[in-house]
Design a protein around this ligand. Sequence first.
Ligand code: ATP
Ligand code: ZN
Length: 286
Amino acid sequence: MTNKLKIAIQKSGRLSENSLKLLKECGIDIDNGLNKLKTEASNFPIEVFFLRDDDIPQYVEDGVADIGIVGENVLLEKNKNLKLVDKLGFGKCRLSLAIPKEQNYKSIKDLNGKRIATTYSIILSKYLKAQKIKAEIHEISGSVEIAPSIGLADAICDLVSSGSTLFTNGLKEVEVILKSEAVLVANKKLGKTQQSILDKLLFRMNAVRKAKNTKYILLNAPNNKLDAICKILPGMKSPTILPLADKDWSSVHSVVEENQFWEIIEKLKAEGAQGILVVPIEKMIL
Ligand code: ATP
Ligand code: ZN
């Protein structure tokens, strides 16, 4: 038994960079030598396998890797018995149905009796069944978007993010089947050591994520407005207040959530706050 946690990530593709970045933000040093199949971190008990994304669910189910990072689209298509540990917020895309753009489309019923090309035949067949549509699924392994123009299919089911690939191939998106992002999955029977390393990793991931959603804010406030300003800024416990050399003024420090950010700034200005500085937070432990 090894005393390391084995993680499988995509070798080269849309999830690779962000997967490595996530580990790095968790303070894990990995040297990503080109063409390496696996590597170890120098400062954390983790071993990284670089694989094709399609193979990751199987490897994790078999326990060759303990955990892995894949798109939900791949996870659902492979249909393996895995534990979904966390959504990671990157690799966002949707699995959609698209048809040639000059064709009329009213509802999913228009696809009855049609041929649909896809690499996602499991997800697509479940979807069609649920919608009570009988269509012919042509499973192909790539370049799905050209299938209608070469006469292989009437429609396609493929991943879309901006829609520009569909557009350049004369297609339009007509139904969204699934919204997907990268997820962390784990083997259902992790050893005790692996589970405790995973817990440490998750603790770090949470700290990184909280920090990303939060900003550190510093401002100067006239003392007679401190009460009003502190009410706008709850902080982690409560704001820090430091005296300025000018005895009528104080410096106020706190944290604000990214999504409330602009609203809070406007209220602070209205209460007379000046010299507002907003800085990113790298890690946040509550
Ligand atoms: P591999 O060589 O590992 O099999 P791949 O070609 O199957 O790679 P990529 O195109 O790198 O896979 O995509 C990996 C994942 O990135 C997808 O499964 C999906 O979850 C996500 N993704 C995000 N945006 C898109 C997009 N616009 N098109 C395709 N995948 C996307
Ligand atoms: Zn793939």
